[in-house]
Design a protein around this ligand. Structure first.
Ligand code: ADP
Ligand code: MG
Length: 324
């Protein structure tokens, strides 16, 4: 393996394209230095992607470069924070110039798209694993947390659910040829869109938010637990894409939308008096926003019109499902 330093120099040290007065020192010293803007809090999050666990082993370097940054951008979206800086720790089995070039090119393409600067990291030899830490800013006191949902709030989902779960099934089959619809589902797995702008639009409007990385039932469950409330959702109202509807039965699509992860859509709760803002926010962000139910004072998650009541129940034993 060529030296760690030549890899860093060649693939990861890059002059920042824009001047950032809050970044006092970037890559090249023992630590980067940030001078946080006044009146803002820093939102900090980290995610590790391990080959074979978080993405199939046959995933391309460029898809890994994309997703390792996007899953972190999605965490910023869920807080309503503006992503600003990232560090990248990369464990690589071998010095593969094509892999490194594809990975870093895509990583920087996403970084540029969202105005994020790479300010440091670590480069080691080992099993393929990527850790990205992200730092964002959000006006003090305004961040969207999981803990403030109230009974009567609407539960709203961005985009559509279940596509990435179907994409994973297809990707694992390692087919030689896939249909256009199947490719669309695989793309949702490998190229999820982080809802950064939406998160920022929801500041001061939504009462809580989370990004759906583990599946709706699980992630909405975090909001319910942190807020000490329950919820009633209607499975018939779950937003499903045409690609998913044509790939599997309605019951299977519902099941994927309820419990498959990796869609990176936002699930947020909205006080009913802010409902009239939804249409404008949806237009501004160019993303469908679908109300699927509401927060209830009594505990538990009630899923109406659930076509797989027994199946959906397994694994989430502190929630209950009822058939309507
Ligand atoms: P140290 O020995 O102090 O941990 P390193 O030799 O690991 O420093 O890294 C040298 C510099 O390069 C540091 O500023 C570090 O943040 C940066 N760096 C290392 N790996 C990466 C990477 N994959 N991406 C971006 N910056 C990196
Ligand atoms: Mg180091």
């Amino acid at each position: 393996m060529s030296s760690e330093f030549s890899i860093i120099d060649h693939y990861f040290s890059r002059e920042s394209k824009t001047h950032d007065r809050h970044l006092t020192l970037g890559i090249g010293d023992d630590a980067a230095l940030i001078n946080p803007p006044q009146g803002y809090e820093l939102a900090i999050s980290v995610d590790t992607l391990i080959s074979g666990h978080h993405f199939p082993e046959n995933t391309s370097a460029s898809d890994i470069g994309y997703k390792s940054l996007v899953v972190n951008l999605s965490d910023m979206a869920a807080m309503g924070a503006t992503p600003r800086w990232v560090t990248l720790s990369i464990s690589l089995p071998e010095d593969d110039p094509k892999w490194l070039s594809d990975f870093s090119t895509q990583f920087f393409a996403v970084a540029d798209q969202f105005g994020v600067a790479l300010i440091g990291g670590d480069t080691v030899k080992g099993p393929l694993a990527i850790t990205v830490q992200i730092i964002g800013t959000v006006k003090s006191g305004l961040a969207l947390k999981r803990s403030d949902a109230k009974a009567g709030d609407l539960i709203v989902i961005s985009g559509s659910l279940g596509d990435a779960g179907a994409g994973l099934k297809i990707a694992l089959q390692q087919k030689h040829a896939v249909s256009e619809q199947e490719q669309a589902l695989i793309d949702r797995l490998n190229r999820p869109a982080p809802r950064v702008e939406l998160g920022q639009q929801l500041l001061s409007l939504a009462s809580s938010a989370i990004d759906i990385s583990d599946g709706l039932v699980s992630d909405l469950g975090h909001i319910l637990k942190c807020s000490g409330v329950g919820a009633r959702i209607d499975a018939k109202r779950l937003p499903l894409s045409d690609a998913l509807a044509s790939y599997c039965s309605e019951a299977d699509a519902q099941q994927l939308a309820l419990s498959a992860g990796d869609d990176y859509e936002l699930c947020f709760t909205l006080p009913p008096e802010n409902q009239s803002m939804l249409e404008q926010i949806s237009k501004t962000c160019g993303i469908a926003l679908t109300t699927i139910g509401e927060i209830t004072a009594e505990d538990g998650l009630m899923i109406e019109n659930n076509l797989n009541p027994l199946h959906a129940q397994s694994g989430f034993d502190h929630f209950r499902d009822v058939e309507s």
